[in-house]
Design a protein around this ligand. Structure first.
Ligand SMILES: Nc1nc2c(ncn2[C@@H]2O[C@H](COP(=O)(O)OP(=O)(O)OP(=O)(O)O)[C@@H](O)[C@H]2O)c(=O)[nH]1
Ligand SMILES: [Mg+2]
Length: 372
């Protein structure tokens, strides 16, 4: 909306600078170096500009077209990034349907195999198959072409969850959890980058005190995105770092706070206890915090991500999931399984290592990109 408004304003400025026909002629005479026969035609102002009642509609249309072009560009890139999953799913389905005239039980059995290959997991695959079999019984899948459309509809329906939470208090505190190497620190940088783009002030808290390099990594990202980092020396109790970090957030009046946590401690039990303590401490310093606890899952781990989700859910109340590294895997179907089987809203997907490579998860767009 804001972009559209800016473009409209720019359009207006542009039309104010347009030369009148008389000025144009004078300009043409003053520029004898281009005496070509085509010159008068070029200088003649287009009719729309000389008209007294320049309608606004064309400008709005241009802005809409530009937005549409941008949307399509983003979608094309998403499709490219998800191409390995797309090759498995969309490519596999096309091969399956080639030469077939009608959908029958045997075809659905083959589809089952394909969905498992794309890492949708047994439970989600069987759920989808059951929905398709019901449609088949209702004679809704007569033609082969209907099968793809029906599968897309059922996949989108799988992932419909509550809408993304909005920032309703300041500072808005987000705790990021997940096993080591899934992309927690990188995702914090991407989220902080998005905030900066929207004119918000993020603050990063380095609560992964287990590895000295973890703090440094967060500092480098902080510098890159223009966000302050609150840290203490390696080995400090992470809950204490969070307590001090939130005190700093309150005194500085920042908009958002991202807490980076360790992915590995001596034992899993240690890690879960540490996360619980961080969670409790945040709430003590700032009632209601953390406002979001985001679980980061790595797409390349496929179905294993589901057991990670169960593990973390037992320790802290996970309010949203981010799936990273969907760009490098054919296992992208796992995103649908995770969204369906955990019941936790999938908020974002990571499709690359750059700051811009975090996209809000939209079921329709995602399904169209892997199967459309
Ligand atoms: N291709 C790709 N790589 C990603 C994505 N997100 C993160 N990575 C990479 O994954 C690696 C690990 O990322 P980190 O952010 O360090 O992961 P972490 O969860 O903080 O790891 P620990 O601190 O060890 O627990 C880095 O090389 C990132 O660049 C993504 O969406 N796509
Ligand atoms: Mg990290």
């Amino acid at each position: 909306m804001r972009r559209w408004f800016r473009r409209r304003e720019k359009g207006r400025e542009g039309s104010q600078e347009d030369v009148s026909p008389l000025e144009a002629e004078a300009k043409a005479e003053a520029e004898p170096e281009f005496p070509s026969a085509a010159a008068p035609q070029i200088l003649e102002p287009p009719e729309t500009l000389t008209s007294e009642e320049t309608p606004e509609a064309p400008e709005e249309e241009v802005a809409k077209e530009a937005d549409e072009a941008q949307r399509q560009g983003l979608f094309r890139r998403l499709k490219e990034r998800l191409s390995r999953t797309r090759d498995t799913l969309a490519g596999g389905l096309d091969r399956l349907l080639a030469g077939r005239k009608e959908v029958d039980a045997a075809l659905l059995m083959e589809l089952e195999e394909l969905l498992i290959t794309a890492d949708l997991g047994v439970d989600t695959t069987l759920f989808l198959l059951q929905r398709l079999q019901e449609r088949l019984k209702r004679r809704e899948l007569g033609e082969v072409a209907r099968l793809k459309a029906a599968l897309k509809e059922e996949m989108v329906a799988l992932t419909k969850g509550p809408p993304a939470l909005k920032i309703t208090s300041r500072p808005w505190v987000v705790l990021l959890v997940g096993v080591n190497g899934v992309g927690k620190t990188t995702t914090i940088a991407k989220l902080a980058h998005q905030d900066r783009e929207q004119g918000l002030t993020p603050l990063l808290i380095a609560a992964d005190t287990f590895r000295a390099a973890a703090v440094e990594q967060l500092e480098i990202w902080g510098e890159r995105v223009g966000a302050s980092v609150i840290k203490q020396k390696s080995g400090t109790d992470p809950a204490a770092v969070v307590f001090d970090g939130l005190a700093a957030a309150l005194s500085r009046g920042v908009d958002t706070v991202y807490i980076d946590t360790a992915g590995r401690l001596h034992t899993k039990v240690n890690l879960m206890e540490e996360l619980k303590k961080i969670h409790r401490t945040a709430g003590k310093k700032l009632p209601g915090a953390p406002h979001e606890t985001l679980l980061i899952l790595d797409a390349t781990t496929g179905q294993n991500a589901l057991s990670q989700a169960r593990l973390f859910q037992e320790a802290v109340e996970v309010s949203g999931i981010i799936i990273t590294k969907l760009d490098g895997t054919a296992k992208g179907g796992m995103a649908l399984a995770v969204a369906h089987e955990t019941g936790i809203p999938l908020r974002y997907i990571g499709v690359g290592e750059a700051l811009e490579d975090l996209r809000p998860f939209d079921p329709e767009t995602f399904v169209a990109a892997i199967l459309g």
